[in-house]
Write a protein that binds this ligand. Sequence first.
Ligand SMILES: [Zn+2]
Length: 610
Amino acid sequence: MPAPTPAPQDIAFPGVLKLEVDATDTERRIFGVRETIPVAKAGPTTLLFPAWIPGAHAPRGQLEKVAGLVIRAGGKVIPWMRDPVDVFAFHVDVPQGVSALDIEFEYTSPTATDQGRVVMTPEMLNLQWFSVALYPAGYFARRIPIDASVRLPDGWKFGTALEVASTAGGLTRFKQVPFETLIDSPMFAGRYFRQIDLDPTGPAPVRMDIVADRPELLDATPDQIARHRELVQQAYKLFGSHHYDHYDFLVAFTDRMGGIGTEHHRSSEDGTIPGYFTDWATTPASRDLLPHEYTHSWNGKFRRPADLWTPNYNVPMRGSLLWVYEGQTQYWGFVLSGRSGLLSRQEALDALAATAALYENRVGRRWRPVEDTTNDPIIASRRPAPWTSWQRSEDYYSEGQLVWLDADTLIRERSGGKRSLDDFAAAFFGIQDGSWTPAPYTFDDVVAVLNKVEPYDWASFLHARIDEVAVKPPLDGLARGGWKLVYTEKPTDYFKSAEARRRSVDLTYSIGVTLNRDGEFTGVQWDGPAFKAGLTVGGKLLAVNGIAYDADRLKEAITAAKTGAPLDLIVKNGDHFRTVRLDYRGGLRYPRLERIPGATDRLSAIYAPR
Ligand SMILES: [Zn+2]
């Protein structure tokens, strides 16, 4: 085996990297890169392309899209050699008398969705610096200074957490930052742009920087802006701190550029639906995105699991505490949605019902603990899975959310309503106000702060719910919150919004399938009625009771089958056609929460604004 790539050291890099990105070729979706990397001495040196992407928790750097790599020293092209084991590393032999390497390459970003997430359209782009920069091996990323600049199409505006040094024509130079800050500070730029100030009088600027497919999508009502402003205030009341000197929500209203939700210390990438403002009434299922990513500035970026923190982007990350990083962020994301008014109390309760139902039916817990799903970013890389209810997925997000509801209601019950998980949030995330230097933590640190808030055997509580295979879903928080999960024939408005968002017909809790608009089965619930009848993901439903498939007709037939004949389905799978009899009599079933008469209504207290 070749010698390993030099490990990163906590020492100052001797010199300043210079990076120039040409992002004007939006038609071909190609980023042009020119970079200068100083070298201290002649001899072997190693340059790295970022592999382990923060927020992805996996080696998802798109190395295959690097093309045209040429390295020059003193004006002469010199050969590079890719490391045969660590393929993200490029070895170069620096000639005598050379002080810097001049690098050129193209980042050929996806021209179609099957190549990856589209990051450039004729109207907007998402510049992610980890795709357009090599960096020297052997140093902590925070010890490598870099001067970065970008050229954008004429007339485009942009948002980023980086601070501008100068702008001339389409070229913007940014103030020097550590390489770590550059990677943590992506850009959204676009032809149609609007900035909204979300905290005119607060301790640090907080802004929404919005790009959109069309200019009319940028229209926001004063009420919509007020709710986003309230998000900032409710977050401050919850955490009692902020971990940025300014914060930019980088928001895209688009169905052309790929969707995204990625957290950073001082910004977040929030790619959402075109009608985020303009279709407000029917799209509540899109509104926990900003509260979720904002929460990450405290939970994930500032407080960082010790085994997830790495000194650079080519050291493997470990996700053992993602049920805190993502699970509690999922929890606060929905709570802050409710407290800020981005979701009404009813919508927040309906969202919780949808999550509770999903995990009540997630039969994969019979074999796989939540903890093991923290490996899924690496194992599955978010590829679609045929049997999610059995295989499980990144369940540490939403099953984690339910575990934290369990903990919150337990603290509230045991303390007679005097304390809650809010106190944990203030004590755990609220330290070192104003700092955005990551403060790492371990499992024991989480348990210790929980114990300060409310003495209890939190270690056993968490081990039982996170580390062990469990048949019983973690729904105790609902009952302790004063509510129970029930199924009714009509979906909630929130459930309908979520179906519309996924362009899906969701019959998971009745016959046990989800279908896309073409009638293809996109999900079949493991051990459910459809599963037992032999239906499979990827098959296509052609007819119901002898008549061509249509979503409403299928729902009517499910209702009629309660008292009438079973369903006869014609199903196509590959080039095989067959008739399937589905003897299901339970009618349509959609989750919602129902009050437990007389029980303390802790859920409403949790979602109420502070
Ligand atoms: Zn997240």
